[in-house]
Design a protein around this ligand. Structure first.
Ligand SMILES: [Zn+2]
Length: 218
């Protein structure tokens, strides 16, 4: 199977689907990560919070940790558009890769770049039958809408490698509070694991998706 995961920034995919990707790769599936922007940014005072070199280096290491291929596009970190340019960029990648599953942001995320990537993925993926939207994860995702967890993936065996991939994003790890941040990401996965358990304690960690479109193979 071929899976493509699309994210606005270098670390978005790992936070929400790192366990799913590591599990898919271990099972022999091919996974491509597409990061839409160069991911360097400043705050409103102009202070640099992440350089391009940092983002590129950290993103490559994280993708290697998960065992996925990585493509980085050149859209602006904060102002990625939802227009023909972003849609066609994904159109091209999807048509060349022919994914069985497209994973992307959730369109009600509070980050404008995340929202536009979700919309561009849905438009770019209009000819593909399965699009799942991954759960918005801290520090993003505090929305006025509620995420509906509809598809669960047991990542009990892969949470550790997901955490390693997140630690590869050294600049973000430092910025968001190190293990305090990772603890929050892990706690969400624990909650989702508890929700999907078949027997108590059987599923320690899980990741969730909301369905945009799903092909059911019987
Ligand atoms: Zn992001």
């Amino acid at each position: 199977m071929k899976i493509v995961a699309v994210g606005a920034h270098s670390d978005d995919i790992e936070i929400s689907c790192g366990g799913t990707i590591a599990k898919a790769v271990k099972s022999g599936h091919e996974v491509l990560m597409v990061v839409m922007t160069t991911s360097e940014y400043t705050n409103y005072t102009g202070r640099v919070l992440r350089t391009f070199d940092e983002a590129e280096r950290e993103g490559k290491k994280a993708a290697e940790t998960l065992g996925a291929k990585l493509i980085t596009l050149n859209f602006s970190t904060k102002d990625i558009p939802y227009n023909s340019e972003s849609v066609e960029a994904l159109d091209k990648i999807f048509n060349e890769f022919q994914p069985d599953i497209i994973l992307t942001h959730w369109p009600h995320d509070t980050h404008q770049a995340h929202r536009n990537v979700a919309l561009a993925s849905i438009s770019g993926g209009r000819h593909f039958n399965t699009i799942l939207m991954y759960e918005p994860m801290m520090p993003s995702g505090r929305s006025y809408e509620g995420f509906r967890a509809q598809v669960y993936v047991d990542i009990s065996e892969f949470n550790k490698i997901k955490m390693e991939a997140l630690k590869a994003h050294k600049s973000q790890y430092k910025k968001y509070g190190g293990d305090f941040w990772l603890g929050a990401v892990e706690a969400r996965a624990r909650l989702r694991g508890f929700e999907m358990r078949d027997e108590i304690g059987q599923c320690k960690f899980a990741e969730c998706y909301e369905v945009m479109r799903l092909k059911l193979s019987l």
